[in-house]
Design a protein around this ligand. Sequence first.
Ligand SMILES: O=C(O)CCC(=O)C(=O)O
Ligand SMILES: [Fe+2]
Length: 246
Amino acid sequence: MEKQQQAEEGATNGQTGHTNKRKIEEIEGGRRTGRLDAFVIRKKADTPKKLKAPSIEIVVQNGRSVVTYEKSVLSEDECAELSQEVLIAGHWSRDVIPTFGKNVLSPRLVCSFGDVGTAYRYSGMIRKGTGWPEVLLAIKRLVEERANQPYNYVLCNLYKDGDDYIGWHADKEGDIVPGSTIASVSLGAKRLFKLRHEQTKEVKEVWLEPGSLLLMKGDTQKHYKHCTVTENRINLTFRLVNHRSG
Ligand SMILES: O=C(O)CCC(=O)C(=O)O
Ligand SMILES: [Fe+2]
């Protein structure tokens, strides 16, 4: 976590980070390098589908800052299918972030999907929405139901190994519709997620399990930062962003 704090503390959205071990071929090749082939979530063929009543944990409830966690929004089979589909459909690359006069690469692979006409800008990057693969539309609908709001954009993070992470940041870029809920779906390994109140420095922790949904609502992005150190994991962060022309 210290490494992460040093690298990303103070960044608006945590897209900066270490680059020294990263090779350009890996960025350009993305999923075609074959290195992502190591990231396979095996499907359990005979696992019966479990029907469970939703159990929602309140992680933060502090004025208008509310964070909820729901386990098992997706079954194991759904997680396996979604992981494979997103790995194939995404144009994965490391973001190139200008930092102190140098270009550094994000310590995770990133891809995005969204409505045509949307764009999301962060840390000098712009990612335009170019449509949705079917498999993501299904999960988008589910997340919309749970969050009770529409989404038009998803940023996907792939954390392959122990060097990958996302540092302390808040998702408060100008492209995000103010007050909208950030919805985070986790796939792959179970990893610890932290939220830190910016005034009191109080830290709340929650283990993000595969198939879970974390909702960061209201003023959470104004008052809290979040981060996670993680490997063998995919995260889909649904956002409601403004439409832009061009
Ligand atoms: O991987 C995660 O759980 C967090 C991702 C995140 O915070 C982001 O993409 O803004
Ligand atoms: Fe975030």
